[in-house]
Design a protein around this ligand. Structure first.
Ligand SMILES: Cc1cc2nc3c(=O)[nH]c(=O)nc-3n(C[C@H](O)[C@H](O)[C@H](O)COP(=O)(O)O)c2cc1C
Ligand SMILES: Nc1ncnc2c1ncn2[C@@H]1O[C@H](COP(=O)(O)OP(=O)(O)OP(=O)(O)O)[C@@H](O)[C@H]1O
Length: 306
């Protein structure tokens, strides 16, 4: 695993000298991001320098549009996923208002603290500096003046369209979880703390772990899914609903997972959810019996097919 550096007053910018960096937010660490990181690894191997994934501590959109931002990963998950890509280092810049308000050229100088890297890899849509005004052509000007080789890459595509975090979020919002996983190139997962539910699931014959996800992490569209749930390092099959149960006026959980062949007490525990397949839309049932029969059918499908 890569070494992770947070850029604070103790950070030594000479780490960048001779290095090849891939620069961006990298929410999802999807196939396009991995391609860019592989390019940084390639030029690092050629030059004998380090490969670095250079990113921010928070998603910049979290500062500017927090109310409407949806995220594929928490910031912690994102940094960890970057560290697992095989780069030598992950460098995490603090995205403060003062830092982000700098002109594009000053922003780049501040990023590298006078220690411009050997190479920098970005996608052709890369923007930087105040109001995201800096473009790739300005980045080339900056690189020419500081001795950094700027490599701007066409975006990796799938089905004729670029793979972007935005595209993957839209697929998930549309319940197209299998298509989203294909573009991510790895499982889609989120974590939540198990809350006390209304306590009715048990009586209905299917206990559920209830999660209350923060709005930013509610990316997946309302529906019923086949999923895996990991509790204490053990991965179980699960049938889960996303969205507040419309059949019950007093329901509040935003995600409920029935974990197959599990009966532990896990209130307060953090569990990892990995949706894999869309099963059906959420239904406002006219009767509880209908709900029970349908959910039990979903659970059996998961048992047989996952
Ligand atoms: C696989 C699965 C599918 C579900 N589908 C629906 C649904 O279509 N409509 C609905 O109102 N609730 C649905 N639910 C939520 C249940 O109504 C809820 O789990 C049950 O009422 C127990 O709630 P409690 O844990 O708060 O007691 C589903 C739950 C699971 C696990
Ligand atoms: N499909 C891709 N192929 C190659 N590089 C990419 C691809 N998508 C993004 N990049 C580059 O990866 C870096 C990180 O990009 P960024 O975090 O903005 O990703 P994104 O997937 O485009 O996200 P969003 O959809 O939220 O804008 C940037 O340099 C960007 O240009």
């Amino acid at each position: 695993m890569a070494k992770v550096y947070k850029v604070d007053e103790t950070f030594d910018h000479t780490l960048f000298i001779g290095a090849s960096c891939a620069f961006g937010v990298f929410d999802g660490v999807h196939r396009g991001h991995r391609f860019l990181i592989d390019q940084a690894k390639r030029t690092a191997a050629e030059s004998g320098g380090k490969s670095i994934a250079l990113t921010f501590d928070i998603d910049p959109d979290e500062r500017f549009h927090a109310d409407r931002l949806k995220k594929l990963m928490t910031n912690e998950q994102r940094v960890k996923a970057l560290a697992d890509t095989g780069v030598d280092c992950v460098v995490v810049l603090p995205f403060t208002p003062a830092f982000s308000a700098q002109s594009p050229m000053a922003f780049m100088d501040a990023t590298f603290g006078g220690c411009a890297p050997y190479a920098m890899h970005v996608g052709t849509d890369f923007r930087f500096g105040a109001k995201a005004a800096g473009t790739v052509s300005e980045l080339h000007e900056w690189g020419d003046s500081r001795g950094t080789r700027i490599c701007s890459h066409d975006l990796e595509s799938f089905d004729g369209r670029p793979i972007t975090a935005t595209r993957i979020r839209l697929l998930l919002g549309d319940c197209k979880v299998a298509a989203a996983i294909e573009l991510l190139g790895h499982p889609y997962t989120f974590e939540g703390v198990v809350q006390q539910g209304r306590g009715q699931g048990n009586d209905m014959g299917f206990a559920t772990a209830n999660l209350q996800l923060p709005a930013m992490m509610q990316v997946l569209g309302e529906a019923v899914y086949a999923a895996y749930v990991t509790v204490d390092g053990v991965r179980y099959k699960s049938a889960m609903s996303v969205g507040v149960a419309p059949t019950f006026a007093d329901a509040t959980a935003t995600c409920e997972a029935h974990i197959l062949d599990f009966d532990g007490k896990i209130y307060g525990d953090t569990i990892k959810v990995e949706p894999v397949e869309f099963l059906r839309p959420m239904i406002k049932f006219d009767s509880v019996d209908e709900l029970i029969a349908t959910v039990k059918g979903n659970i059996e499908w998961v048992r047989e097919n996952l």
